[in-house]
Write a protein that binds this ligand. Sequence first.
Ligand SMILES: Cc1cc2nc3c(=O)[nH]c(=O)nc-3n(C[C@H](O)[C@H](O)[C@H](O)COP(=O)(O)OP(=O)(O)OC[C@H]3O[C@@H](n4cnc5c(N)ncnc54)[C@H](O)[C@@H]3O)c2cc1C
Length: 455
Amino acid sequence: MEVRKAEIVICGAGIMGVSAAYFLAVKTGMDHVVLVDERSPLTLTSDKSTECYRNWWPGPGDAMVRLMNRSIDLMEKMAQECGNLFHLNRRGYLYLSTEKARIADLENTAREAESLGAGNLRVHDMSSDSYVGHLADGFAQKLDGADLLLGPKLIQGYFPYLSKDVVAALHVRRAGWLSAQQYGMWMLEQARAAGVVVIRGRVEGVDVRAGMVEGVTLGDGTRIKAPVFVNAAGPHLGGLGKLLDVKLPVHNERHLKSSFDDHLEVLSRDAPLVICADPQRLEWNEAEQALLVDDEQTTWLLDELPAGAHARPEGESGARSILALWDLRNDAVDVEFPVQIDPLAAELAVRGLVRILPGMQAYVRRMPRPFVDGGYYTKTLENRPLVGQAGPEGSYVIGAASGYGIMAAAGMADLLTVQITGKELPGHAAAFAPNRYSNDAYVSSLEDWGDSWQL
Ligand SMILES: Cc1cc2nc3c(=O)[nH]c(=O)nc-3n(C[C@H](O)[C@H](O)[C@H](O)COP(=O)(O)OP(=O)(O)OC[C@H]3O[C@@H](n4cnc5c(N)ncnc54)[C@H](O)[C@@H]3O)c2cc1C
């Protein structure tokens, strides 16, 4: 049996484990960091995401906004260092409504984000318009907060590809997307160059003696002795916690993403992420209705469906691919790989987008062949992540970042590094500490929390 030694063993080379290795080894100069994964790095969940980011998060409190602002600061720094190898842009998120009654909700949401530190709200209509449009590439434009554009005429002037029924467009500015794979690989290369060792293997045991971590045992019997263990196992976070007798309050939801060739150029190649902010009933013809109503698996598709269908262009300006998503079922499930693909996922996303992108109707009639993949959102009770000590001394967790792990990874790894190196924690750290659930008052207060603004 092989025995190796390390200072820190991280289990999981998804975006969380890779970011943790990068911040520990490159930013803090820690030696003897080992990253263990049973797969190739970044191939389970972290290469399935929509790759978007935003500093736009709800309360209570400003912890999420602070985490994301910090994370985006760090991503921007890294992008500067590598000549923006990972194509970070700042096109923003564009929330769209066709209902006048919803304008007040959009405005209230923006005021809440403003009060939490996401930046100011600017309101524009035809009589007073000082809106500054986004740049398609790079992140040099420093606008934050949001712009609320009111009235179809104003909105059509800036976004002619949207439906003329759109009466309000809320453009969140410290937001956009990146190539998550290139981002992760760049951090991994830097980490390797700083001495991080990547080992292919499955962590099957965490060795603990007298309440302190001593190392891990891999499936092939290899032992890695180390006083610090980091659980970054993504959808397997809960299972890995059990190896340490630590119950992590996490569950998994399956989420799918479709991409297809937008050969009719329905969505401008320069568009931001467009999101339908209206709940809606889909239009089905009589034959379709009869089919749906006959099957208990599908009758719910005739009901009112939630807001949130979204899309963005994918790839270089010469490409035609777009990503389309609409999360309609968010039930907790057992994880299985490969992830089960819902044959209706792409069609439903396209149907949901017709309301804001009328050109999508042509794809409802004749759907281009989609590519559908996906993974799991690993979530806590209140949809906030876990970063910090959990279980025996020397045992940490980083994960449960739901549908926002790419954007949060740098901020979370930064927090983890501060904890492992014993430096002073910033004020928002407590909101993500795994031990927050031992406070009964906190857990009962979660019932009153509002929307988590999940996408
Ligand atoms: C459809 C979809 C869209 C998304 N869109 C966005 C988005 O727009 N923006 C955003 O920020 N986030 C998005 N996300 C979320 C984001 O992708 C995840 O939060 C993030 O990738 C999770 O990273 P992770 O490192 O925790 O997990 P993973 O990437 O799953 O990595 C965990 C790793 O741990 C390894 N592992 C587990 N157990 C063991 C073991 N016992 N031994 C060895 N190795 C082990 C696995 O092999 C895996 O490589 C999206 C997710 C999905 C599914």
